[in-house]
Ligand binder design. Sequence first.
Ligand code: F6P
Length: 557
Amino acid sequence: MTRGPVDATTTDAWKALTELRAGFEPDLRSWFADDPGRASRFTFEAADLHVDLSKDLITDDLLAGLLALAEQVGLEARRDAMLAGERINVTEDRAVLHTALRLPADASLVVDGTDVVPAVHETLAKMYAFADRVRSGEWTGVTGERIRTVVNIGIGGSDLGPVMAYEALEPFRHPEIECRFISNIDPTDAGQKLKGLDPATTLFVVSSKTFSTLETLTNARLARAWLLDALAENGDVDRADAVRKHFVAVSTALDKVADFGIDPENAFGFWDWVGGRYSVDSAIGTSLAIAIGPERFGEFLGGFHAIDKHFAETPLAQNVPALMGLLNVWYVNFLDAQTHAVLPYSQLLHRFPAYLQQLTMESNGKSVRWDGTAVTTDTGEVFWGEPGTNGQHAFYQLIHQGTRVIPADFIAFANPAYPLADNHDGQDVDVHELFLANFFAQTQALAFGKTDEQVRAEDTPEHIVNARVFSGNRPTTSIMAPALTPGVLGQLVALYEHITFTQGVVWGIDSFDQWGVELGKQLAQQISPAVSGDASTARQQDTSTQSLIAYYREKRQ
Ligand code: F6P
């Protein structure tokens, strides 16, 4: 039974936090100087992740207040309800069980009278067998040639996870198979990604939970036409056979897959209890499984599971996702943070912030609670970021000296994927160490700043002293791990999934629906005839839209 949401703002803990906020004067310089145990007290381990919250704006009192809030909103009960398969996605009347996708084969999770684990592992086995056949060259295209390019066609959760992980795990990829990803309905995307491909060696994975998403179905049809036309140029082909050998699908709607002409034998299913943005660890990861192989994919899932266990079993006072989620609530609701930066010091994680944008913002961008009542606080903050050190030379200025509070997560790895040395003045310099020095330096600068005394001590002309002062007290979390392996990537994703969940519970919202994307989709369908010249549909639009469409029609050649 799903219980109604608690209005967090009416709890005693919220009142206590409001009082704490009134007298809150963050002073990381003194907090560290006066408390030699601060770094170790606020550093936590979760599986392979080493998470230092000591440069966050956290105190013992605040931590106690946030833990009380977690208790009063029922965070643990809600977590347990999710993990047990209760229908906590109330507006869609669904269970929320992405965590079941990474349960070991000998586990059991009975939902509505059925153990879901065997079906999860059956699908994994089917996907792994297929990935092995493609990797070994046993799976061939219609002309008998092995597959050299896998093109994933999907959007949102059916794209962002696979592409992010494919990029992140580049060192683990099959050397002779390239993956490409088509998502946008902008024809440029398909045009560019299909350019230069040999149809005889190309396999398409059409990934769509619903198999009804406009972008994905349009791109899948474009790809099918491209494949059949290109194959026909080189001689006669059996069209049905070509589609069977060059198209596979991942979906919960296997009937629609068959309607498209894809052999149901070559379709990998999943379940409505997996949200799109939580699905990279389902068969939606088929392109990734082909790229990195079943063994590595299994390690990826193992990483998710390790954090699931941590989240499920660790007392909240040491529970990393819960603590990070609660801190985010503090920043958003008490310190007025509107955004949150995620700054990976790893070029391989260059798509990680984009991935997290869907995870966090599609989940927590809500204004009503799960019982339909209006929220009485701000909810989801804007997540954004880019890898360091590139960001340092672009937007960090605003994080260091701007007027806004921007909590930032810094992520780094002890071991580089590419250990390169720079021979400089006859000495070999480990470039990863230079890189990490920047990672350490940035959080130090943000925390402790630079006082006017320090600036003056550098003989700075008086009129630019203020411009060179750094206030410090800018909150950061440092997340480190030994190396960016498939397992560690799974851990990072699961960490943010549970941070997002924690924030959603405090705000009382359903973090698993996404009604906010529907209106635009409906209107696009309604407007479409006007774009193609239908005058009566055009007249039904507002005057701004009418004039924009008129501009388009005038300029289109
Ligand atoms: O943007 C809405 C959304 O439903 C996402 O939640 C989802 O990841 C994406 O569209 C793609 O949906 P599908 O996998 O059904 O094509």
